[in-house]
Design a protein around this ligand. Structure first.
Ligand SMILES: Nc1ncnc2c1ncn2[C@@H]1O[C@H](COP(=O)(O)OP(=O)(O)OP(=O)(O)O)[C@@H](O)[C@H]1O
Ligand SMILES: [Mg+2]
Length: 471
């Protein structure tokens, strides 16, 4: 039987608040972790991406905070600034008590503002290690009343070298505090570290037989030997036409270059990486979440924890070196019970990485050839047909019937319908990736080593070819 939030021990006020947010049933990690945290146990919690770990640790903590005490009772650390903002916003939504104050403490934004927020009193702080340490050393954060300490993305904290900072912070925290580590992945080192930081922890692991959520449809596209990665990307984008996507690249520079190419090609795309100012990063995320940008080209800074509602696609421009990074990257889609698609572009030289990933997730990732022009056209027609089905049952259709009758004086109805379909089909942007070359290669077994040249298409504006012409 599935337990309810109130059966897990949460108060009615919080249950009502959760219901208003659409949280009716606890996820598995929530069902398993909340009672332990309410019972005062230290915990290591591991569950797949997008399964509600944030609520799993913050709900039981919020339940136990004392609003009459104005100093911090709980500290949640995250590896990135955006994650600190996101987690603090989630906690804020769950707090259900006007007297409780939550403050986000992170670098790159005004420290004075954060100080004045702290001076007004806060029971819960969400922050990144550097800024927290800074404010701790200035005496603006006092942790001697702290009862809960959480490391979100604990393994990433370790990877990013934050552990010495964490250790320094913990020197200022009472020894009898409760500590929790959460992440979708836990490297063995984390368990070693837990011996130093956690007190007799209970380990909760919610792992389906496969390490990547099955709601994520994973595929790889092979990059022909002489092809530029960007050409294959463009073909895949033209085939998939993602509603929204994060395209992961390795470096900031690569993010900037690829973004430029996509923008020049006329796509709604922008870059997201550590060279941007904090305000630029936050603004970009806002625009992405509001669907004002369709595709974001990002470094691994966006791989962990970030939640964007209904993100349809994650694309690995190349497979990441670490399998953990793959799991987190693709986990930006297929969240909260939704479905998603994760695509990796794989060159012959990257195949070993894909094999490592497959071994890790205990799942085979089907590898497909670069989409051909006819595949893209076929997919577009499929989409149009789907749209037609819904239009055919809609009400607005009637207002077009007089036009059809009028045309019917000269043409038969089938011809009119085909012409309308052609018109809709031609409204798609021209296929600009150099695919004819690939199609012909495909026919003779892919052995041609002819260098790809941009295909000329009369509907294409000249600059749309740039992405296929350069990497
Ligand atoms: N019980 C629930 N019912 C409905 N939605 C939920 C529930 N718990 C969490 N969610 C929603 O699921 C989404 C993902 O949650 P969250 O960001 O906490 O995932 P996560 O496990 O921390 O993932 P990651 O490993 O990527 O950090 C959020 O939008 C959250 O609001
Ligand atoms: Mg998370």
């Amino acid at each position: 039987m599935t337990l309810t939030f109130s059966q897990l021990g949460l108060s009615q006020t919080r249950v009502d608040c959760l219901e208003a947010l659409g949280f009716t049933t606890p996820t598995q990690i929530q069902a398993e972790a909340i009672p332990h945290l309410l019972a005062g146990r230290d915990i290591i919690g591991q569950a797949q991406t997008g399964t509600g770990k944030t609520a799993a640790f913050s709900l039981p903590i919020l339940e136990q905070l004392d609003p009459t005490v104005k100093t911090p009772q709980a500290l949640i650390l995250t590896p990135t600034r955006e994650l600190a903002v996101q987690v603090s916003e989630a906690v804020y939504q769950f707090k259900a008590d006007g007297a409780l104050r939550v403050v986000a403490i992170y670098g790159g934004q005004s420290i004075d503002r954060q100080i004045s927020q702290l001076r007004r009193g806060a029971q819960l702080i969400v922050g990144t290690p550097g800024r927290v340490l800074d404010l701790l050393s200035r005496g603006e954060i006092i942790l001697d009343q702290l009862s809960w300490f959480v490391l979100d993305e604990a393994d990433e904290m370790l990877n990013m070298g934050f552990i010495p900072d964490v250790r320094k912070i913990l020197e200022r925290v009472p020894g009898d505090r409760k500590t929790a580590f959460f992440s979708a992945t836990m490297a063995p080192e984390i368990y070693k570290l837990s011996k130093q930081f956690l007190n007799d922890p209970v380990t909760v692991t919610v792992e389906q037989p496969k390490a990547a959520p099955t709601r994520i449809n994973q595929v790889a596209y092979r990059i022909p030997r002489t092809w530029a990665r960007s050409t294959v990307l463009q073909a895949v984008l033209e085939l998939e036409d993602p509603e929204s996507a994060i395209i992961f690249v390795r470096t900031r520079r690569e993010a900037a270059t690829l973004t430029q190419q996509l923008q020049t090609a006329g796509y709604s795309a922008d870059e997201y990486h550590g060279d941007l100012s904090q305000s630029q990063r936050e603004r970009l995320l806002d625009r992405f979440r509001q669907r004002r940008i369709r595709w974001v080209v990002a470094t691994d800074i966006a791989a962990r924890g970030l939640h964007v509602d209904d993100l349809s696609h994650v694309i690995n421009y190349e497979p990441p070196d670490s399998v953990e990074s793959y799991v987190h990257r693709i986990g930006r889609t297929g969240r909260a019970g939704n479905e998603g698609t994760a695509i990796s572009l794989v060159h012959a030289l990257d195949r070993w990485k894909l094999h490592e990933i497959e071994k890790h997730i205990r799942q085979e990732i089907p590898t497909l050839p670069t989409p051909t022009r006819s595949a893209i056209e076929g997919r577009r027609l499929e989409k149009l047909t789907e749209e037609l089905h819904s239009i055919l049952t809609g009400e607005r259709l009637a207002s077009f019937l007089p036009t059809v009758s009028q045309l019917g004086e000269d043409y038969d109805t089938q011809t009119i319908a085909a012409a309308a379909l052609q018109m809709a089909f031609d409204r798609y942007p021209a296929i600009t990736a150099n695919l004819d070359d690939w199609s012909s290669k495909n026919k003779n077994g892919g052995r041609s080593s002819r260098k790809a040249k941009p295909v000329l298409n009369k509907r294409r504006s000249s600059n749309r070819s740039e992405i296929s012409a350069s990497t």
